[in-house]
Design a binder for this molecule. Structure first.
Ligand SMILES: [Zn+2]
Ligand SMILES: [Zn+2]
Length: 265
């Protein structure tokens, strides 16, 4: 039985892929999700935590968009994260942010004070709404600068084609700096029109397998029902015969130890 049968909402499956048979354990964490605070998502933090608990997760990460995305929260939201309990409904909550990589220097769109004092962790990614790109080499440099930032633990959707990138140096930098590359489920939704995703993520997985670099699957859920939905990316793990040991989502202790993430309250 699919683990996604917990809800009454049916998500169209791109394939018959299930966790069973892929050699990957059931997901115990999802750390790339958004709530109504991001301005274009549809569930509250409590609804998200409840759904994550119902799906059997141990860790849920909430990562609202950084200030450069229209309609997202004011930075005062991040300042007040100390009010949020880091345990809800028996799961561990990590309160973070999805920052924007703004340019080919790897500039991020939130002051370092927030990473140092309030956020449990940061993920960072390129969003075309606020990205000043250049050549593939320059874009790659920008992403690698973000990878080097010790507060950035995950690069969100590196394979969605929002910028032309060269993946080999990115994968090698991710290994060196222990920054995880995300295999992002939402990048594959047909309505997104991110047609490069299949080829790009396949290449990222092949390189991560070759260089033995862990990856993390991210749902990028913008509504509670989508938490830990990895239906689009599971077939890629099978196609690339990706090693189970290099997937973080069923290894919460390894994830916390590898990234050094700690809750702030
Ligand atoms: Zn994103
Ligand atoms: Zn996101």
């Amino acid at each position: 039985m699919s683990i996604y049968n917990h809800t009454n909402v049916t998500t169209p499956l791109p394939s018959e892929a299930k966790w069973e048979g892929l050699g990957v354990g059931l997901p115990l964490l999802d750390v790339h999700t958004h709530t109504i605070v991001s301005g274009h998502a549809f569930s509250t933090v409590q609804e998200m935590a409840r759904a994550a608990a119902d799906k059997g997760l141990q860790i849920l990460g909430i990562t609202e968009h950084g200030p450069s995305i229209p309609g997202t929260c004011d930075p005062i939201y991040f300042r007040n994260l100390h009010v949020v309990p880091r345990e809800m409904y028996g799961i561990r909550l990590l309160m973070g942010a999805e920052l924007n990589i703004l340019d080919t220097n790897g500039t991020l769109d939130l002051d370092e004070w927030y990473y140092k004092n309030r956020l449990d962790f940061c993920i960072a990614g390129i969003h075309r709404l606020c990205w000043q790109g250049g050549t593939p080499e320059e874009n790659t440099h920008g992403m690698i600068e973000a990878i080097k930032n010790p507060y950035v633990k995950i690069i969100s959707h590196p394979g969605d084609g929002e910028a032309q990138l060269i993946f080999e140096p990115i994968v090698r930098a991710a290994k060196e700096h222990k920054t995880l590359l995300e295999i992002n489920n939402a990048s594959f939704k047909p309505c997104r029109g991110l047609d490069a995703s299949h080829d790009n993520y396949t290449e990222i997985l092949r390189l991560c397998k070759k260089y033995e670099v862990p990856v993390i699957l991210g749902s990028d859920a913008h509504i509670s029902f989508a938490i830990a939905n990895y239906d689009y990316v599971l077939p890629l793990l099978a196609e690339t015969d990706f090693p189970e040991a290099l997937v973080m989502n069923h290894q919460p202790d390894f994830f916390l130890q590898y990234t050094g993430i700690e809750s702030r309250n």
